[in-house]
Design a protein around this ligand. Structure first.
Ligand SMILES: [Zn+2]
Length: 219
């Protein structure tokens, strides 16, 4: 038996993949881009991210994505897209769009929008929940709602850490998560927030900013 060293296969637009649930670096087996190993969570779908968010990177990731890439449309005043992460290549089964800007009550805020197929664990990673899916959180009346690609999407508040607010619902048959820092950034949802799927349209003046602090889960 010959053991060969695996060549580096890191895509130029993607930094090292991390665990979708905790953000820790992964051991990726060569020849198996679909699965990787987290020392805490075992076999996971690696979460990739861009070190620099750019329109062509967004277009490349969303071109064959199986889930939406949600972004507020219009962006709240002073806000920008500050990061992009995705799980599953080719054909992303989870997409994370990170945005940042002024908080409604003053200071800075960050908003992470996640679309993911069930069983991926990405949204729970940002919300600080232990499982892969929100479970029985979705019951009773919803707390807020957004308009996702023209469809009303009710969202349920998720119990999370004190430094953030998290909401989950469903759109296009997959989970839709909104996780925001600090907790009072949830005031963003007082005004009905409209979301655009970047697979439909990337508007050329979509504002971009430096990578946000919470682009990766577990932080
Ligand atoms: Zn992990």
């Amino acid at each position: 038996m010959t053991i060969r060293a695996a060549p580096e296969t890191v895509s130029p637009m993607s930094a090292s993949p991390v665990c979708p649930r905790c953000g820790e670096p992964l051991v990726v087996r060569h020849g198996s881009a679909a699965h990787a190993w987290c020392h805490l969570h075992g076999a996971v779908t690696p979460l990739h991210h861009t070190a620099l968010v750019a329109h062509d990177a967004i277009a490349a990731v969303t071109a064959d994505a199986r889930v939406p890439a949600w972004v507020p449309d219009p962006m709240p005043s002073g806000w920008a897209v500050t990061g992009l992460a995705w799980g599953g290549e080719p054909g992303a089964r989870a997409i994370v769009v990170d945005c940042a800007g002024p908080a409604p009550l003053g200071g800075a805020a960050e908003l992470v929008l996640v679309a993911e197929e069930p069983g991926t664990g990405v949204g729970c990673g940002y919300a600080g929940l232990p499982g892969l899916d929100p479970g029985d959180v979705i019951s009773g009346p919803s707390s807020v709602g957004v308009e996702a690609a023209g469809q009303h999407a009710p969202l349920w508040a998720v119990p999370t850490r004190e430094d953030r607010a998290a909401f989950v619902g469903e759109a296009y048959g997959v989970w839709l998560w909104l996780v925001m820092w600090p907790m009072n950034a949830a005031w963003l949802l007082v005004e009905p927030l409209r979301l655009l799927d970047l697979r439909e349209r990337i508007y050329p003046d979509l504002p971009l900013g430096p990578v946000g602090e919470h682009l990766l889960p577990g932080r």
